[in-house]
Design a protein around this ligand. Structure first.
Ligand SMILES: O=C(O)CCC(=O)C(=O)O
Length: 367
């Protein structure tokens, strides 16, 4: 998602010394990796999360048997009905699933992770030169999108790149990952289209229904780097949240740490070699009239010297002035509309006004 304005709420409810500490961190433009490289042994106070979060930080229940890994081979031919059924069930029950044989070659997955890691581990002055929350150019490097709004900061840095409706000027994309980002966008566009077809059919709709609502039209890539954290039991890698968009396609390296909330219990999304993780966003929960579920997820702070790297692409409608709400075919006397209609621009404004936390946006529009 596009970056928020850090000045908008800073100081409203945050004590002054805390603001000063956060501002010093922000002004360093070096992110969390800069702190780690400076050799610090304890995390700064503004990274320490509230007690109710810290008390829940532990490895989750193993997810292998719960979160399905769906083989997409044959999705355009003989196995389509079976795949639609599995995807639909996963979206209804869990909001998360993994996919293999998705058409993106394993070498392209490795290239993408390698390029993102190379960016984050590249010269600090190059990263500092592009440190900004301003998204006009479509390329930015920052730490914690909600740094000035959240209760506590999280232990990760992010390279954010707009993939669609238009890629940024190529020279604005860091050279170390330029060709990989362009390639990643092509794969995600193709795969996103296949997935939206499966998701549409899983709702009993025509294959092109979700894509017709421009649900793939805006794509934002966030390439996260979770460096070693010296106190992983006092902070998180990313706080619990749901994704605001339609669907998210996520590639994670082998380090683990991603968890989803199922029946008040945290469940691990274990890395599966060659797989991508797919999850339902809030907008899809709303337009599916609650058939599909967006689910809270988080990433634990990385206790290992080896970094965790992940690349998420958020797919959102590109028709921002359009009105959104439950798709008419999914409304009936037996199941009336559960959400009001709203403008997507209004939705985004509300999203950026809050920190990444919980399911308040879905509930705001609930009738
Ligand atoms: O890094 C991950 O695995 C998850 C990232 C995520 O949840 C996000 O960017 O919203």
């Amino acid at each position: 998602m596009a970056a928020a304005d850090p000045s908008s709420t800073a100081g409203d409810h945050v004590p002054h010394d805390r603001v000063a500490e956060i501002t010093r961190f922000e002004d360093s433009k070096l992110g969390v990796k800069g702190l780690v490289d400076s050799g610090l042994g304890a995390i700064p106070g503004f990274f320490i999360h509230p007690a109710e979060t810290l008390s829940s930080l532990r490895p989750g229940r193993p997810g292998v048997d719960l979160i399905p890994t769906i083989d997409l081979a044959g999705a355009d031919s003989d196995r389509r009905a079976e795949i639609v059924e599995r995807v639909s069930r996963a979206c209804r029950e869990l909001g998360f699933f993994q996919i293999i044989n998705h058409g993106v070659p394993v070498e392209a997955l490795d290239r993408a992770i390698g390029a993102v890691r190379a960016f984050h581990e590249g010269p600090p002055e190059e990263k500092a030169g592009m440190y900004t929350r301003e998204t006009k150019t479509g390329v930015s490097f920052f730490s914690n999108i909600d740094l000035f709004q959240s209760k506590a900061a999280s232990w990760r840095d992010t390279l954010q790149i707009r993939l669609a409706p238009t890629l940024p000027s190529l020279e604005d994309i860091p050279e170390v990952c330029r060709s990989e980002v362009v390639e990643w966008n092509q794969h995600i566009q193709q795969l996103g289209s296949l997935l939206l077809g499966l998701l549409s059919e899983g709702l009993g709709l025509d294959m092109g229904r979700l894509e017709g609502l421009t649900c793939l039209g805006t794509r934002i890539m966030v390439a996260h780097y979770y460096p070693y954290c010296p106190e992983p039991d006092r902070t998180v890698g990313i706080a619990s949240h749901t994704d605001p968009g339609v669907i998210t396609l996520l590639l994670q390296n082998h380090m683990g740490g991603l968890q989803i909330k199922k029946d008040e219990e945290w469940v691990e999304v274990e890395p599966v070699p060659g797989a991508l993780v797919i999850n339902v966003g809030d907008i899809l929960q709303i337009i599916s009239n609650d058939e599909y579920k967006s689910v809270e997820h988080r990433v634990l702070a990385n206790p290992s010297k080896e970094p965790r790297v992940s690349i998420a692409v958020f797919c959102n409608p590109s028709n921002r002035e359009d009105s959104f709400g439950p798709i008419p075919e999914l409304i009936s006397p037996q199941k009336p509309a559960l959400f009001q209609q709203f403008l997507f621009t209004d939705y985004l404004r509300r999203f950026f006004a809050k920190e990444l936390d919980g399911k308040s946006l879905v509930n705001f529009y609930r009738l």
